[in-house]
Every structure is written in C-alpha cells, then in structure tokens.
Design a protein around this ligand. Sequence first.
Ligand SMILES: [Zn+2]
Length: 521
Amino acid sequence: MNFRINRRSFLKTFSATLSSLGLQAVGQKAVPSLPPDTTPHTMAHAGWVEEINTKFRKNLVGIQVRPFAWIDEGIDQVLDNLQSKAAVTSVFAYTFDSDPNRAKKSGGRLPDHGKYGPDTLRTGGASFDYDRRYFEGTRIKDFRSYDDGKFNVIADVAPKLKARGMDYIAVDFTNPFPMMMRTIPDLIDLAEVDMYGRPTNRPCYNHPEYQAYLVGKMQVYLKQYGDAVDGVMWNVESMGPIDNMIGADWAMIGVTCFCEFCRAKARDRGISVERAKEGFRRLEHLFRPGPKRAQRPPDGYFVTFWRTLMKYPEVLAWHNLYMDSFNHVRAQLYGTAKALAPEKPYGLHMMQNITFSPFYSASEDIEAISHISDFLKIATYSNAGGPRMGRLIDRLADTVFRDAESSDLLPLYSKMMNYDITSVEDITLNGLSSEYLSSEAQRMIADVEGRTKIYPSIDIDVPTAATGEKRTHPEDVKRAVAAAWSTGVPGIVLARDYSEMWLANLSAAGEATRTALQGRT
Ligand SMILES: [Zn+2]
C-alpha cells in the first residue's frame, strides 16, 4: 500500500518538477507563464456532464473482434462462441480498422478457428457505409474499406447481437498505419510534421480537418447508426515526442508535431519553435545508437539529459503541447458523444505503456482523463506484458538511463513502478504475474475516484516472438480474469482480438468469470 502511494507521489512530483522547469523559462520571457488549462477541467467545471445519466452494462464482459472474423466464421457462430464459452455480454467490434493485417498462409498463425486471409494487400478503413454530409468540414471523405466487399460490420452484425441481449460497442481504431496515407485521398495533407519538416504517417490532432473527420465518425456511430450502436470506444495510441524518443513497442515515427497548426499553438503559449527543435536535436544525438561507453558524454548520459531539459525547457513544453492536444481531441469526441447520445458510454483505450513507463505514466494524466470518458479500457496484458516490459526496460537503459545496463536499472525500476521483478529473462519467458494486473487496476481506480469506469483487459494469445517468449495458457487466463474481478471492477475486456484466441483460452475466461461473479449482483 505504501509503495502505491509512493509511486503516485513520485510520478506527480517528477511531472510537476519537469513542468515547472519548462514554465519557469517561458515565464522569463514575459509571456503567459501557464499554458491554458486543459479542456478536461473546463468541461468538469461546466457541470453539465455530471448530470448525464450514462447507462452501463452491469458486470460487463467485453471482447474485441476484428471485421473479417464475422465473415470467416459466420456471425452466429462467432456469437455462439463468445456467449457460450467466454460469457461475453458486450462486443467491442472494430468498425474502423487502421491495421488490417491478418494471418496469412504465407505468414502468421491461426488458432483452432478462423481462416487465413488472402495474400493481397488490405487497406483497412471503415467497414460501414456512411452519410457524406457528416464530413462537410473536412477533405477526408473517402475512407470506406472494401477489404471484405460491401460487408457492413454495424448493419450486418449489430441486430443479430442485440437479438441475443448483447451490447454493440463500436471501436474506432485509428492508430497510424502507413497504408492509410496511400489509400485515403488527401490524408497526407493532414499529417504530423517532424522536426526536420517531413510529413509522417499519422494525422495531426491540431489539424481542424482531422478533428472534423473524427467528429464526423462519432456522428455516424451515434446518429446514423443510433439504433445499432450502444457505445463507442476511441482506440488510439499516442505518446508525444519524448516518449517516442525513448521508444519500445509503442513508439511512433518522428519527433512531432511541427505543422503550421502546432507552431501557431506554440506561439500562443510563448514557446520558441527553434529552441524546441534544437533541444530535441540534442536529445536525439544523446540517444543515438552506437557503443554506450565510446559515446558517453564527459558528464554522463543522465546528467546531460537533465541539463538539456533545463537548458531547453521548450522540449518539455512541446511534449506537453502534444499531450494537451491529444486530450483536447479526446474531450471533443467525448462532448460530441454526450451531446448526441448521453446515455451511451464513450470510452478510451489506454495502451499498456501507461503501466510500464514512468515517463509516459506521468504524461497521461488519468485524473484529467477521467473527466472526458465514461470508461477506460486499460491494456493490462500479463502474458504478452512480460516481453513488452523487458523491451521498455532495455530502451530506458538505451536512452535516459544509458549510464546503466538493463540489469543495473531493473531493481530501481521495479521499486519505482511497484513491481516485483527478478529478471528481464524471467518476465520474458514467464510473463507478468496476475498481481501486476490487479495492482494496476487498483491504481487506476484510485486515480479516477469513481468518475469513469475502469475495465482492465486480459490478453489472450496476443502474439509474442516466435520462440522463447511467453504464450497464453488456460491457467494464465483464469488467473488473470480472477485477479481482475477481485479488484471490484465493473467489467473486463478480453483482448486483443477474438481471431487470435484459442477456444480453450476463451472457455477458461468464461469459467473464471462465472466463478468470480457467483453471488455478485
Ligand atoms: Zn501538428
């Protein structure tokens, strides 16, 4: 318990220290000393959201399903499996899929159901028809996927699902995927721009036409398909430039964003664009690949890192600008959803790095996010989490803590994050414990103080490396599901994707849920 408090205090203090460094220097230039308050607080103070009576499914058991699974196996067959084996109440159906990859005979592996996909390239996009009038404010109007013909994952699936008393949650999965830039006309015009002026493979949150496009999709889900959709989850992963530099599994391309809209926003905050770029260049040089010892600066890596932040507080200011912009869009979509369908839950996917990285965890202000969401689905993957955490520790020892090796860093990291890890080899081979999952769920529950629901997600057969890394077994699933329910959460989500899961593991999830919920009302 003490550790938990210590960790939160550490992160808050650390974050506050970093912010104050950035703000102090900005203040010296006689410009506004504080960036504008983030939208979350503004919305909370406005009061109207507190009056909304959002309806939640009790003891929700969700599962994420990719569009092609319905076609491969048949809608009824999939629903039979979900209900009878895994006790699923709510399907988190990918309506927009930005990562259309799937197992093919030429690469990938199937569990004991489903089919291999064709070798032809898939484009991803919207697996539903939409009214173009919702997209008048943006040039992004053509994003329908025909990977699966004219199959409509809302109109074709939702009625069958609802006839069984299940809920349909539309998952708008909008991670960057290079194919999108090639297949969606004009999307490249909205791209984030890196510090060297190069457009990247993801659109910018500050581009008004990207915002209009995202709001348009929310309108489609909740107006055009208002009878079919019971809730929405915006599923996107963004870390900001500093965490992208540290990297690991979730890193996005480039130190961004320096587009015209972001530069204008920076000017409003009194942040020097050129000094921000120079600070990032210095960090990039410090973190460059190569022999650690030979490249070590005279004062060491960490001292140089900290000195760079003090000398160029614009780096932190730019990082904050990015995360504030991300939260602004989250808030915009939340407000749109609540205005259109106040009773339907709107939630966010929170990627697993929030449980691993002290830096990213400090960047994502869960308390603030609790004001702009009805639920948070946290990727608390205990099986695939082992190798993932191992790679993050390696990256920390290759960047900010480059004076040390991963094995040196591990004991301190373990204390800092309140984990009990003996070695990176151990977590890579055996995964993380179910205590990892329950303690992270409890931390989030404490952070949000009841303002938003916390749904931990249980990973089932999320792919790990071909050899040596942890695979999922039914006993793992049972332990993870039991650990999640033991925290008193109102729901869980089985992840990442039904088409990856072995049926024995699905059954294990169902068995553990039925046992855990016995006697619960
Ligand atoms: Zn931008």
